[in-house]
Structures are given as structure tokens and as C-alpha cells.
Design a binder for this molecule. Structure first.
Ligand code: BG6
Length: 497
């Protein structure tokens, strides 16, 4: 299948925090992939900016290693790509320490300018103010913000206010890389390009929804950041609630950025506050202890951190959406580190049939469910009951109508950042979070975190390599349901470091 690649306009992309992990593991490899695909025009430049004093040549050498490590050896293409790379040493505390950047940008005053802030969020406001002061922000400029966008509603508002002083909302791109994942976009296609699902997509036909995003990795080298965040802020407030929005939102009138984000916002606002008295029942916090992952003994969270901590590395909770479409349909959300596999999926479970015409010996009739697998094996499975083929009378069996994307299309799945970075250049905000969405998500999360603080209970322990605390199983089983676990689909059981 040939895909038409449309190159974007020439641009200058400045990455602040260019010597960091995100730039090395995600941004540079993603830009290289798009370059390889012929989507980046020859004139485009990528300017790394950070405090580390180094030359453009040195920056190119580390970029070459990063590309070889993440994408593989592409000698000729990498050499061509690296020519686009420049480096400017900057110091956010001194205006005169931006000279190199100012003079690089001055060479192309009219081009689309993207400022990617892959830095600590405390720097977002000061950096934006500095860019304005230096006259680097013009009407074709955009700013990209990496999470975390605050640690609660108040701090998130403060970051948004500071950035908003310099950039208008239509120039602010708050990245949530889950929205750039291929299967997440496919969720929109599934819902809105098929007539089949929409009539069933409501409380009359859906029994419950499960959203799981779990990893087998621990916190690796990020314990410093992670300990200030925890699973609720790191995954639920953004990625998981964004997935919930895409499942639950009303069909937008078109796929324009504001039409989609208006609908997502309505979902966030309709989330029923988690009731305080029942909080330790309806929200489970866990923390991994030493255990076994990928066949190897691994340390516990606090061993990795080197001190005690009450930060959660696992959360499971029940969310309810108080509107006509979803009233009474629980959304079970689950995320955690050091679980048996790396796997993210959305399961829409339909209600059981109202009456069986079959004899008992035909077997149990299980409700249909639709599984949208984000990773590792992207695809969609619709589980149906059929007659088991062959003699022996009517024997019923549950089988999936299986569309595994790798098998069906045989194409490489672009990394989320490839899509999102070019969307910024194209000026398309559909897959980015608007300020009000981020704040509505915090407004729902804040009371839960506050209740945890008041309760002051330690997170429930679970051994690394297991599915979290047993209370997470009890959470869903109390409602007469079970977590979906289709291990046959999970071929790889470890994630990449
Ligand atoms: C990041 C979190 O946003 O998402 C990490 O900060 C997490 O803690 C990661 O590991 C998961 O992303 P993915 O794409 O590997 O599922």
C-alpha cells in the first residue's frame, strides 16, 4: 500500500532541554523518522538548547548515537538529517546567555517557529517570558509543553497563566503522547466511521468499560521525579482520563480541534466526584515491593528510591460519568509499574443477552466485548459467541473477530511523537490538550489526592511482577465483574528500557 506523504512547511524547532532523555529517546528519533519518510523539507532546522556548553558538532554526535540506538543504523540518511541540527547553549537565568539562539533564529525571521519545552515545568513561565523579552516570539510561533503541567489545579493554573501571558491559547500545544498513538486515533475511526457501534455505545447496551495502561518496568532512572508525582498524577490525570474522554465523548460535529476538545471537556466535567467516605474502597493505591519481572529478581520501589516513601506506583479506581449516555456504567481505570506485562487497552463490555434460547449443555453465553489494544500488539478484537464447528450438537464458544494491525497492514506504526511534532508544525491542535481540559482533569483528581493526604494510609504493597494489590481485584469483583486479561494477545511481556 502506498501512502501519500505530504511534506510540511519549512520550520525552526527549538528544543529546550535538548540534552535530556526525552529529546534523545523520543524527539530526535521521531524527527529522523519523519525525515526518512520525506516529510521534512530540506530547509527545516532543529535547534537544541540547554545549559550544557557544547558545540553543534558535539550535539550531532550524541544525536547520531541516539538515532542509531532507537531507529537503527541509517548511515546516509542520518548524515543528511544531522545537517539540520544546531545547538545553542542557553542559561534561563541570564538574558545575555541566549545570544547563540537569537542569532540562529534571526537568520530565518519569518518561518514557523516551534519552542518545545522539554524542561522542568517551573521553567515554562520564565522561559516563555525570556523568549518574549528577546523578541523571539512572533505570530508564527508555537510553544509545546511536556507534562507534568502542575501537580494540582492551583499549580497547573499558575503554569497556564504564565505561559498564557506570552502565547495565546491557539499557539499552546500541551502534549499527551497517548493521543498520538495510532490505536487511540483509531478509536475515533472505529466510533465515527462505522455505523455499527454508535447505536450501542450507551448505558442501554454497555455494561462497563475498562481502561488499563500497565508496565513491567519500574521507575528506572526517574525516581526523583516520580516520587513527587505517583501513578495518579503521572498516568491517570492525563493519559488515562484522555482515553476515557475519547471513549465517552459525544460525536463531535467535525474533527476540528475545538469541536473535539469541547466534547472531551463535557466528559471531564460530568465525572462524578469520588465519594470521600468510600475512597479507600473505590480507589486503590499500591506500591511495588521486590519481586520478579521478566524472569529476573527486581528491587522494590523504595529500594530503588533509597528511602521510604508513600508514593503510589499503582492505582485502580472506578469512575462514573453523570450524564444520559453513561449513567450507571462504571469505568474501571487501572495503571501501574512493575506489573507482569506492558499493556494498554480499552475494553468495552456489552450487556448480556436478555434471554437464552439454548440448552444448558450448549455452554455459557458470555457477553460481547470490544477490545481496543493500544500496545504492545495494536489491534481491535470483537469477542462474539459462535457455534463450535463440527459434530456434537450446539456447543457455543466465544471467539474474537480479530484485527491485529501489524498483520492486517504490515506497516511500521509511527511513534506518537512523529505524528504530534508534525501536527504542531501544521498548526493542528486536535490531539493536544486545551487549558480547560487539563484543569477539569485536575479538578476531579485533586479531591482524591486530598482525601489520601487526610487518610494518611500507606499504599498497599504488591510484589513486582504481579497485577497489583488484591484490593484492586476486589474493587471490580465487588461489582460482579472481573478485569479483562487476554494473555494470548500479549506476545511480548516486557517493555523496552
Ligand atoms: C509517561 C509517564 O507519560 O508515560 C511514564 O511519565 C510512563 O511514567 C509512560 O512510563 C508510558 O508511556 P507508554 O507510551 O510507554 O505507554
Amino acid at each position: 500500500m502506498t501512502v501519500r506523504i505530504i511534506p510540511v512547511e519549512p520550520f525552526d524547532l527549538v528544543v529546550f532541554g535538548a540534552t535530556g532523555d526525552l529529546s534523545r529517546r523520543k524527539l530526535l528519533p521521531a524527527l529522523f523518522q519523519r525525515d526518512l519518510a520525506g516529510q521534512i523539507p530540506a530547509e527545516a532546522r532543529v535547534i537544541g538548547a540547554a545549559r550544557t556548553a557544547q558545540s553543534s558538532e558535539e550535539f550531532r554526535a550524541t544525536a547520531r548515537e541516539a538515532i542509531a540506538c532507537e531507529v537503527g543504523e541509517h548511515e546516509e540518511a542520518a548524515t543528511r538529517f544531522l545537517k539540520r541540527l544546531h545547538y545553542a547553549t542557553v542559561d534561563d537565568s541570564r538574558a545575555d546567555a541566549f545570544e547563540a539562539l537569537v542569532s540562529l533564529l534571526a537568520a530565518e525571521p519569518d518561518r514557523i517557529r516551534v519552542f518545545y519545552l522539554a524542561t522542568a515545568p517551573e521553567l515554562f513561565g520564565p522561559l516563555c517570558a525570556r523568549l518574549r523579552e528577546l523578541g523571539l516570539v512572533h505570530e508564527r510561533s508555537r510553544v509545546v509543553l511536556e507534562k507534568p503541567l502542575g501537580k494540582d489545579l492551583a499549580s497547573s493554573c499558575a503554569v497556564n497563566d504564565a505561559v498564557g501571558e506570552v502565547f495565546p491559547e491557539h499557539c499552546i500545544y500541551r502534549i499527551d503522547h497517548y493521543l498520538g498513538k495510532e490505536t487511540v486515533q483509531n478509536l475515533m475511526a472505529l466510533r465515527f466511521a462505522n455505523a455499527l457501534f454508535e447505536p450501542l455505545w450507551n448505558a442501554a447496551h454497555v455494561d462497563h468499560v475498562q481502561i488499563t495502561a500497565v508496565e513491567s518496568l519500574g521507575v528506572e532512572g526517574r525516581a526523583g521525579y516520580y516520587d513527587t508525582a505517583g501513578a495518579m498524577r503521572d498516568m491517570v490525570q492525563n493519559h488515562i482520563l484522555q482515553l476515557l474522554c475519547l471513549v465517552a465523548m459525544e460525536p463531535p460535529s467535525e474533527l476540528g480541534a475545538d469541536a473535539v476538545r469541547d466534547e472531551k471537556l463535557k466528559v471531564l466535567k460530568a465525572l462524578r466526584p469520588v465519594a470521600r467516605p468510600a475512597i479507600s474502597h473505590s480507589v486503590v493505591r499500591g506500591q511495588y515491593r521486590a519481586g520478579v519481572a521478566g524472569g529476573k529478581a527486581v528491587p522494590g520501589y523504595t529500594d530503588e528510591l533509597g528511602r521510604t516513601s508513600s508514593t503510589e506506583t499503582f492505582v485502580a479506581l472506578r469512575a462514573d460519568i453523570a450524564n444520559w449516555r453513561w449513567s450507571g456504567v462504571p469505568f474501571y481505570l487501572r495503571t501501574g509499574k512493575r506489573l507482569p506485562v506492558r499493556m494498554s487497552e480499552i475494553v468495552v463490555s456489552f450487556r448480556p443477552i436478555p434471554h437464552s434460547v439454548f440448552e444448558d449443555r450448549a455452554g455459557i453465553i458470555r457477553p460481547n466485548h470490544l477490545v481496543i489494544r493500544l500496545q504492545p500488539d495494536e489491534g481491535v478484537k470483537l469477542w462474539l459467541m459462535i457455534k463450535d464447528p463440527g459434530p456434537g450438537g450446539m456447543r457455543l464458544k466465544q471467539v474474537p473477530l480479530d484485527m491485529s494491525f501489524a498483520e492486517a497492514f504490515g506497516v511500521r506504526h509511527p511513534d506518537a511523537y512523529e505524528r504530534l511534532l508534525l501536527d504542531v508544525v501544521r498548526g493542528d491542535q486536535t490531539l493536544f490538550m486545551r487549558r480547560d481540559e487539563v484543569e477539569a482533569a485536575w479538578a476531579w483528581i485533586d479531591p482524591v489526592m486530598e482525601a489520601w493526604r487526610e487518610l494518611d494510609e500507606p499504599p498497599k504493597p504488591y510484589p513486582a511482577g504481579t497485577w497489583g494489590p488484591t484490593a484492586a481485584i476486589a474493587l471490580i469483583e465487588r461489582d460482579g465483574r472481573t478485569w479483562h486479561e487476554d494473555m494470548a494477545w500479549t506476545r511480548h511481556d516486557t517493555d523496552m528500557a
